[in-house]
Design a protein around this ligand. Structure first.
Ligand code: SF4
Length: 78
């Protein structure tokens, strides 16, 4: 068993986590996905996976691509 077996998003439509855009209606979709992540027990493992594997799209671990890019850039300069 790994962390994906306990993901809160297993019972959600996967497309919720991959909006076409981060703007306009896509922004609301991102916020709905993040709300699922907030109640997920494996959020940190998911976030770490997304950072480690450089996931370019979608909401992972409660973070959208822009937030992950910012965190990665910050870590490189810290
Ligand atoms: S943190 Fe979000 S995207 Fe990651 S497994 Fe949990 S619900 Fe799914």
């Amino acid at each position: 068993m790994d962390w994906t077996d306990s993901a809160a998003c297993l019972s959600e439509d996967p497309e919720l986590f991959f909006p076409i855009s981060q703007q306009g209606p896509g922004r609301a979709q991102v916020e709905r996905a993040k709300a699922v992540c907030r109640r997920c027990g494996v959020r940190q493992a998911c976030y770490d996976f997304a950072i480690r594997t450089k996931q370019p799209h979608g909401v992972w671990g409660g973070a959208d691509p822009e937030e992950r890019r910012a965190a990665t850039a910050w870590a490189r300069t810290a």
